[in-house]
Design a protein around this ligand. Structure first.
Ligand code: AMP
Ligand code: MN
Ligand code: MN
Ligand code: MN
Length: 303
C-alpha cells in the first residue's frame, strides 16, 4: 500500500492537455505554476497555447524538462472569419523561433492596449470608472490585455457575478464590446504550418454556428491547410464532443483534446493537464500524430 499517491488521476482520464493559458496571455497563473498544477493533476504531455504569442514557450519547455512533463510548443491565434466571426485557431508543435510567426503575432497583439482603452471608455460611459487601471492589475503585459482581464475587474468591483460579466458587458453587442479585426484564417493557418505546426480549430461548439456554417468553416480551414479540430474542451458538453468527433471523422480531421485552462473557477471544474478521452475508438487522435503511443498513456492508479 502506498501512503502517498503521486500523480493520481481518475480512471478514464488521459494525461494529455493540448490547450492551456498562462499570465503571458489571459491565464491567472505563471507558466511554472500552470505546469506544476498539470503535473500534480497527473498530466504527462502538455502544450502551452497562449493567445497570439509564443513568448512563454521557451520558459515552459525548460520548466517541463525540469519537472518531467513532455512539452509541445503551442499558440492560440485570434482570427476574424467571414467578416465578423471570432474564431480561435490553435497551432500545435510549432517552432517558436520562426520569425514569420513571431513578427505576425507581434503585429496582432499590438492593438490590444488601444482596444482596452476604448473598452474602458465605454464602461466609463456606463458608470463604471477606472476599468483600464482595474483590468491592468490582472495583466502582466500591455500587449496581452484581454477581455478576460476586464472580466476579473468587473467581478472584483461587484459589477457582475462571475458567470455573468461576459454576457452583461463584454460579449458582442454589449457596452464593453469593441470590435477588432484579427488575423485572417488563411494567414493564421499558414503561420502555423509554415513553422512546422499543425493547425487545429479550437472549441468549435462554442461559436454556436449552425451546422452548415461550421461545415463551411471546416471546408475553408482545410483548404488553407488546417488539419485538426478540438473534440474535447471545457467549453464542450459530452454531446458537443460526440457531434464534433463525428464531424471530424467524416472530414478526416485529427481530433485534439484540451482543458483551455485559464484559472481555478468555482463554477466549472477544470483541471489542467488531464482530459477526457476521445469519445469513439475510430477517432484519429492528434496525439498519435505527434508521436504519443497508446502504451505511453497507461495510467497507473494506486495499488
Ligand atoms: P479577447 O481575446 O481579449 O477578445 O478575449 C477573449 C477571451 O475571453 C477568451 O480567450 C476567453 O478566455 C474569454 N471568454 C470568451 N467568452 C467568455 C465567456 N462567455 N465567459 C468568460 N470568458 C470568456
Ligand atoms: Mn482566453
Ligand atoms: Mn479560445
Ligand atoms: Mn484558449
Amino acid at each position: 500500500m502506498h501512503s502517498k499517491v503521486e500523480n493520481f488521476i481518475p480512471a478514464n482520464m488521459l494525461p494529455i492537455d493540448f490547450h492551456c493559458h498562462s499570465t503571458f496571455s489571459d491565464g491567472s497563473y505563471n507558466v511554472e505554476k500552470v505546469m506544476d498544477m498539470a503535473k500534480a493533476n497527473g498530466g504527462k504531455y502538455i502544450a502551452l497555447t497562449d493567445h497570439d504569442t509564443v513568448i512563454g514557450v521557451k520558459k515552459a519547455r525548460e520548466y517541463c524538462q525540469k519537472i518531467g512533463l513532455i512539452f509541445f510548443a503551442g499558440v492560440e491565434i485570434s482570427v476574424t472569419w467571414e467578416k465578423n466571426n471570432l474564431v480561435h485557431i490553435l497551432g500545435l508543435n510549432i517552432d517558436e523561433n520562426n520569425q514569420i510567426l513571431i513578427d505576425n503575432l507581434n503585429k496582432l497583439r499590438s492593438n490590444r492596449y488601444s482596444r482596452g482603452q476604448k473598452i474602458a471608455e465605454n464602461l466609463a460611459k456606463a458608470g463604471i470608472p477606472n476599468a483600464l487601471e482595474g483590468a491592468m492589475k490582472y495583466c502582466t503585459n500591455v500587449e496581452a490585455l484581454s477581455r478576460t482581464h476586464f472580466l476579473h475587474f468587473l467581478v472584483e468591483g461587484g459589477y457582475a457575478k462571475p458567470g455573468k460579466a461576459f454576457e452583461k458587458y463584454l460579449a458582442p453587442g454589449k457596452i464593453g464590446y469593441v470590435p477588432q479585426v484579427w488575423a485572417n484564417l488563411n494567414d493564421a493557418v499558414n503561420w502555423i504550418t509554415g513553422s512546422g505546426g499543425i493547425a487545429v480549430i479550437a472549441h468549435p461548439s462554442r461559436y454556436k454556428f449552425t451546422r452548415t456554417k461550421l461545415l463551411r468553416l471546416i471546408d475553408d480551414f482545410k483548404q488553407c491547410g488546417g488539419r485538426g479540430i478540438e473534440v474535447i474542451s471545457s467549453s464542450h458538453s459530452k454531446e458537443d464532443s460526440c457531434n464534433i468527433a463525428t464531424i471530424a471523422n467524416n472530414h478526416d480531421l485529427l481530433c485534439s483534446i484540451g482543458s483551455d485552462f485559464h484559472t481555478l473557477e468555482t463554477f466549472r471544474t477544470i483541471r489542467v493537464g488531464i482530459n477526457h478521452p476521445l469519445p469513439y475508438d475510430n477517432c484519429k487522435a492528434i496525439y498519435t500524430e505527434l508521436g504519443i503511443r497508446q502504451n505511453d498513456l497507461n495510467i497507473n492508479l494506486a495499488d
